[in-house]
Ligand binder design. Structure first.
Ligand code: SF4
Length: 407
């Protein structure tokens, strides 16, 4: 069995293929054993994931991501404990691979302090009780809350709440922030949380190489406060955490439009990319979604951000438009995205619909005599959008909302 050390984390791989993923504080972040694929979020939710289908089409899997109940978590922890005890037993075949030389360096030539760190990590993980995980999860939730979503290229950001919730909170397809009122935090509160997050992550902090300002719109914070927050991050956080810049979602239809020179100040302070939920460029689809975008304003905001040195990422909802509106959604969205002349630093994310339970989405479809795409048609739509964006300079990726965990 091999303990592969990494920066701020480690993976223990056992000869039967079982894998235990640990962060630098010995917290379990994943456990894979044959058909069992478990991930733990920092808020102490444990999810069981479907086994990836070889050669299957992405998005075509049965929806079997589910949160583990308490009894199952205890059972999984007992299995992991048995594995860790075996790894630490005298005479075990444990080898430690150095973080700097992942493929070749085994125990003999691993620096002594890294070997000791590996053993410390396994011992710390073994001694972490279920109660300790619960307390740890509560601490995280008091600092950050539950993170419903992050763009896929920001999964490893340090998530720092500057404005909890969504000021609009009325899009028909979205229930991500309906559990919390909208607010903006003053700079001192954000600084306090940033310091506490540094302490929470401890030796796992080097796994974070960018900052994401949550929740649905970091730019809702007034300019002066936001500048003060960004400045303080350079004092509170180690340079590695800021290495890939600062990022946030923005709702361009309710947040005050900033002047280019204000955006430039934010860019100078590290703001690297804005994530915008476009969803569709078809006015009838946006109206159905109750998302009051003006495409002219959105295009102007993208161009202004670019002029200020800030990239943009546009999120497109795939399969959310009812069948009767699908062709206009595809045609107008592709045309609009192409008209933006996005650049290499920009991104387009294609996010398949996850039907919300509490917003009346299905009821609205029925009330209007419309019909929803089925799972296969949604995958087809993702493929059509991908094909339609071929050759565009911005990177195009898929974005699975279901099963997201912050870990
Ligand atoms: S899609 Fe964005 S703007 Fe609409 S409710 Fe959700 S978070 Fe708010």
């Amino acid at each position: 069995m091999i303990l592969q050390m990494k920066t701020g984390e480690a993976n223990l791989t056992i000869d039967d293929g079982c894998q235990i993923l640990l962060d630098g504080e010995g917290r379990i972040t994943g456990y894979y054993e044959e058909a069992l694929r478990i991930r733990r979020a920092y808020d102490d939710r444990w999810l069981r994931l479907p086994r990836p289908e070889r050669g299957g089409r992405s998005g075509n899997q049965p929806e079997v991501v589910r949160e583990l109940p308490e009894g199952e978590i205890t059972g999984v922890l007992a299995r992991i404990r048995g594995r860790l005890e075996a790894a630490l037993a005298p005479g075990s075949a444990l080898e430690i691979a150095a973080s700097s030389l992942p493929n070749s360096s085994r125990s003999d030539d691993v620096p002594r302090d890294e070997q000791e760190e590996g053993i410390r990590l396994l011992r710390q993980s073994l001694s972490t009780t279920r109660e300790a995980y619960r307390t740890d999860g509560q601490r995280f939730r008091s600092l950050v809350g539950r993170i419903p979503v992050l763009p896929p290229d920001r999964y490893r950001s340090l998530y720092l709440v500057v404005a909890p919730g969504c000021r609009y909170n009325r899009c028909l397809f979205c229930e991500l922030y309906r559990d919390r009122p909208f607010a903006t935090f003053p700079p001192l509160e954000v600084q306090r949380r940033a310091r506490e997050l540094v302490s929470f992550f401890g030796r796992a902090l080097p796994t974070r190489t960018s900052v994401f300002l949550g929740d649905a719109s970091g730019l809702a914070v007034p300019q002066e406060d936001l500048e003060s927050i960004l400045r303080s991050l350079h004092e509170v956080l180690p340079p590695r955490v800021l290495r890939d810049g600062i990022h946030t979602f923005v709702d361009v239809f309710v947040t005050r439009s900033r002047h280019e020179r204000e955006l430039r100040r934010l860019s100078e302070l590290g703001l690297r990319r804005l994530y915008i939920g476009l969803e569709s460029a078809s006015p009838e689809v946006l109206s159905f979604y109750r998302k009051p975008h003006s495409l002219e304003i959105l295009a102007a905001e993208v161009r202004k951000a670019r002029a200020a040195g800030i990239a943009t990422a546009l999120m497109i909802l795939a399969g959310g438009a009812p069948r009767e509106m699908q062709e206009s959604h595809l045609e107008e969205t592709l045309r609009f995205l192409r008209s933006l002349d996005l650049e290499a630093e920009d991104r387009i994310f294609l996010s398949p619909l996850v039907i919300p339970e509490a917003t009346g989405f299905r009821e609205e479809v029925e009330r209007r005599g419309l019909s929803l795409l089925d799972a296969e048609e949604i995958v087809d739509e993702v493929d059509r959008l991908t094909a339609g964006l071929a050759g565009i300079t911005a990177k195009v990726s898929r974005y699975q909302l279901k099963g997201f965990l912050y870990r």
